[in-house]
Design a protein around this ligand. Structure first.
Ligand code: HEC
Ligand SMILES: [Cu+2]
Length: 480
């Protein structure tokens, strides 16, 4: 979809550059051959060479443009991004029209009225404006602005007002048990909270919180509430929707949807009327939706927010209804102890006889709760004492495809699975030198609470050893 327009735009831009190059080449060769202009004016010849080469490089650079990238706004998914794309295209066409009209008049004037050798044409009459032309141009500009403004305003409202789509109501597709009855007629709500430099995603209806990777059901309306913990951030998931700012002290909202709902899909198929509903059609729609599932979208903070702004990414994974329900249960249940003890027993041993807790995972967990201070900033659901909220929620962090707000990736792009070796390396690298991975981040230094400022009993700096980092990394990998 949208392919023809995509191709057209690329071709237009290319054509523009190619014709520009052409005209430069033309002027250049024309003048040299006919009047040995270049010999006479060798310096201006060199300037022309430079102009020519730079135009030529421009063409090469454009050849590298690929519109189908993972953060492309040209290859869109879902109604919000599509609406924004259509608006963009409308603006492109209008401005292209202006460009051709103005550029055409300009080119015409330059060519027609240029000075020629032995030119004895009289000076054209010098006027100071023509009321008809001026009023006409003002009128045309207003008209063009209105043509752009109306759909722009419509688009703003469209993105803001979460549609009432009965098929997206939680009651219609969500099969988990945690849902309160009064939520049955609401869409899924996700609270997005921006922190320097990561994202929290809360699902208030389901009582879960995750970080940096949101999970959403395919083809369903999802209502977003956007807030900020500190400074202004901006939510931008290019192929699905964007951008709305997260502003301190205020809640903004928008909605997103990955893939079309049944109605919109039918419209696109050209099947008219809300009545058209046959099992075969439903099956086709289900097959379409199946393709949307397991799509993985890349997002980014789009408002400069400090040191590691450029490393404040996030992701959205699209799943089907059943997987979504399973994911919710996983997130709610959280994690047990490494060897299946109850947490009470584990903490009793931890206090009285920590040496009895052996093995890499137990060692890792002991560090996590103790010397390394991880639990003071991180929640791990299930663990009754890992309750810190200064950092991302680490429940199931071992199932996520990336860490450090999407900056360290361990997803295998071909099949969407996790590269375990890389995951281990990423955890290791992150714990060892978070300050290098993300300069300025709040985990390394947090006014004496960060892991870059660990101290021993004597108050001496005591950073984590390689062996400790190894065990912590293994422990984090086990959180899945
Ligand atoms: C002072 C609070 C603090 C402490 C202590 C702390 N962290 Fe963090 N942690 C953070 C913050 C803040 C982030 C987000 C950093 C960013 O992406 O900008 C984070 C991010 C992470 C992440 C990446 C999560 C994700 O989804 O991207 C992991 C994993 C992690 N911490 C593990 C640990 C471990 C292991 C320890 C103990 C060695 C630890 N943290 C100690 C605050 C803390
Ligand atoms: Cu930001």
């Amino acid at each position: 979809m949208n392919n023809i327009e995509d191709i057209l735009v690329t071709r237009l831009v290319e054509t523009y550059f190619i014709s520009y190059t052409y005209s430069v080449v033309y002027l250049f060769t024309h003048q040299t051959t006919i009047s040995l202009y270049l010999v006479k004016h060798i310096l201006s010849g060199i300037t022309r060479c430079i102009q020519f080469l730079s135009a030529f490089t421009g063409v090469f650079f454009l050849g590298g443009c690929n519109l189908d990238t993972r953060m492309s706004t040209f290859v869109t998914k879902g109604p919000v991004a599509e609406t924004q794309y259509d608006l963009f295209m409308l603006t492109v066409w209008v401005t292209l029209g202006i460009f051709i009209a103005v550029g055409g008049a300009f080119a015409f004037a330059i060519i027609k009225f240029r000075e020629r050798p032995n030119d004895d044409r009289p000076m054209p009459s010098q006027g100071h404006g023509n009321p008809l032309v001026e009023i006409g141009l003002i009128g045309a500009s207003i008209l063009l602005l209105v043509i752009i403004a109306v759909p722009t305003l419509q688009g703003i409202w469209y993105t803001h007002d979460t549609p009432e789509d009965p098929e997206s109501f939680m009651g219609a597709w969500y099969s988990g048990e945690e849902l309160a009855e009064e939520e049955a007629e609401n869409p899924l709500i996700v609270k997005v909270i921006g922190y320097q430099w990561w994202w929290a995603f809360e699902y208030p209806q389901l009582g879960i919180t995750t970080a940096n990777e949101m999970v959403i059901p395919a083809g369903k309306v999802v209502h977003l509430e956007l807030r900020s913990f500190d400074v202004i951030h901006s939510f931008w998931l290019p192929r699905i929707a964007g951008k709305v700012d997260l502003i301190p002290g205020r809640t903004n909202s928008m909605w997103i949807q990955a893939g079309d709902n049944f109605l919109r899909w039918k419209e696109k198929q050209g099947v008219a009327g809300p009545k058209e509903e046959s099992p075969a059609l439903r099956a086709d729609y289900a097959a379409y939706l199946e393709e949307e599932i397991h799509n993985y979208y890349y997002g980014q903070c789009a408002e400069y927010c400090g040191d590691s702004h450029a490393r404040m990414h996030f992701r959205a994974t699209v799943v089907d209804n059943e997987e979504f329900a399973e994911w919710v249960i996983d997130e709610r249940t959280g994690h047990g102890t490494p060897d299946g003890k109850t947490w009470d027993d584990w903490y009793a041993d931890y206090a009285d006889n920590p040496d009895s807790l052996t093995g890499d995972l137990n060692e890792g967990l002991k560090l996590f709760m103790g010397r390394a201070k991880c639990a003071t900033c991180h929640v791990v659901k299930g663990n009754p004492r890992a309750l810190g909220v200064a950092g991302p929620n680490l429940t199931n962090v071992g199932s996520r495809m990336s860490i450090a707000a999407g900056w360290l990736n361990h997803r295998i792009e071909e099949d969407g699975s996790i590269d375990l070796k890389k995951q281990y390396d990423n955890f290791y690298k992150w714990i060892k030198e978070t300050d290098v991975v993300k300069p300025g981040n709040r985990m390394w230094k947090a006014g004496g609470g960060g892991i870059g400022e660990l101290i021993d009993e004597n108050g001496e700096p005591a950073l984590l050893t390689e062996d400790e980092i190894h065990k912590l990394s293994l422990y984090l990998q086990s959180l899945k």
